[in-house]
Design a protein around this ligand. Structure first.
Ligand code: NAD
Ligand code: DAU
Length: 355
């Protein structure tokens, strides 16, 4: 086995943050397998693209032959699986790709990882890890007074996206229980930070506010999410990979529950200070309530005492500090923003918010 990890979906939001952090803090090489869907962007990894420890492979995780050949060729000590269709609204409009990538793709990776792992010498078998990066959405929706999701909360997914992620989690669990493939699963809350595609709440609101466009809040704006700065999520994943026991799952969250309207108002007030000459100021004048998302989960909250206790992990960033960093990042990366907000992005925004 080589001192290499195989990452899937490393050109997306969390995957690219993870690879950048990994290259700065760890010694092992990285092979990044990514299909480069609309959400994948190699610009995110420009600063490490010529590093000899990093290699990009353009391809689909569903293709078993490709996955098998990468495992054989690179002999990784771990597979870190981010690749997914990740946007709930897109899953409502067209679930097919979610089933293909999230369910079939995870199955392909598990089968090929199992074949590779069986062929490893005993010591390498014990050291190998399959880390499956999943979401808190698999647990469904909480009422206002319910206890936060723990690792033992029953699964109750409500969207095609979360159902496809739940299916993938079950497959991962089964591969540990049945074959003893050394898997780890993490279920994380909403991430925010640099390189997030602006179809998601926080970057969408930052960019719309700066250009004087409506800030579309679904329903009554009272849905609650638990926000975590992406670099804290990446640190948690490195910790779990290093110290997690096979077959375990860990919930990861920021302990920062906020309703959507509050998030949008915070963004508006920071922008009022940073950009007093934007087309519409105060920015909150742009807030517009729009039709709700079907099956919209009311509240997510994460109990992350297990990872704190067993792994000693805690988020470094508060929402207050993380959101300021994030807003600054979007303001300072105009070229990145212009590139991702052209073409198919515009079509999505036009069709989704027209109805
Ligand atoms: P993203 O949509 O930004 O990126 C997904 C990446 O996967 C892209 O680079 C895309 O090109 C790639 N990809 C898609 N289909 C592929 C395929 N068939 N083969 C190879 N590559 C493919 O997603 P993200 O927000 O970075 O999320 C990464 C993972 O973390 C997902 O599994 C998601 O479910 C999970 N997660 C996300 C959040 C969040 O708040 N964003 C929170 C918890 C968990
Ligand atoms: O909880 C983890 C999940 O967080 C991840 O598994 C998903 O991959 C990730 O996309 C995210 O899902 P959400 O649906 O919570 O994120 P999104 O940014 O799409 O929406 C956040 C909240 O904001 C949600 O309650 C819907 C609302 N919203 C979203 C958009 C895009 C709006 O009110 N208006 C909008 O325009």
């Amino acid at each position: 086995m080589e001192n290499t990890i195989l990452v899937t979906g490393g050109a997306g939001f969390i995957g690219s943050n993870f690879i950048l952090q990994w290259m700065a803090k760890e010694r092992a090489s990285v092979v990044n397998l990514d299909k480069l869907t609309y959400a994948g962007n190699l610009r995110n990894l420009e600063q490490i693209s010529s590093d000899t420890r990093y290699q990009f492979v353009h391809g689909d995780i569903v293709e078993r032959k490709l996955v098998g050949s990468l495992l054989e060729r690179h002999g990784p000590r771990a597979l870190v699986h981010f690749a997914a269709e990740s946007h709930v609204d897109r899953s409502i409009r067209g679930p097919d790709d979610f089933i293909s990538t999230n369910v079939q793709g995870t199955f392909s990776l598990l089968e090929e990882a199992r074949a590779y792992w069986i062929g490893l010498p005993e010591g390498d078998q014990a050291a190998f890890r399959f880390l499956h990066v999943s979401t808190d959405e698999v647990y469904g929706s909480l009422g206002p007074d319910d206890a936060p999701f723990s690792e033992t909360t029953a699964y109750a997914p409500n969207s095609p996206y979360s159902a496809s992620k739940a299916a993938s989690d079950h497959l991962v669990r089964a591969y540990y229980k049945t074959y003893r493939l050394p898997t780890l699963t993490t279920n994380c809350s909403n991430n925010y930070g640099p390189y997030q595609f602006p179809e998601k709440l926080i970057p969408l609101m930052i960019l719309n506010a700066c250009s004087g466009k409506a800030l579309p809040v679904y329903g009554d704006g009272q849905n609650v999410r638990d926000w975590l700065f992406v670099e804290d999520h990446c640190e948690a994943l490195r910790t779990v990979l290093e110290r997690g026991k096979p077959g375990e799952s860990f919930n990861i969250g920021g302990g920062e529950e906020k309703h959507n309207l509050e998030i949008v108002e915070i963004i508006c007030s920071i922008l009022d200070d940073l950009r007093p000459h934007d087309p519409v100021v105060p920015h909150r004048k742009l807030i517009t309530f729009v039709k709700d998302r079907p099956g919209h989960d009311r509240r997510y909250a994460i109990d992350c005492r297990k990872i704190e206790r067993i792994q000693g992990w805690k988020p470094r960033e508060s929402f207050e500090s993380g959101i300021r960093k994030t807003i600054r990042w979007y303001l300072e990366h105009e070229a990145w923003v212009n590139e991702v907000t052209s073409g198919s992005y515009r079509q999505w925004i036009e069709s989704h918010y027209a109805t």
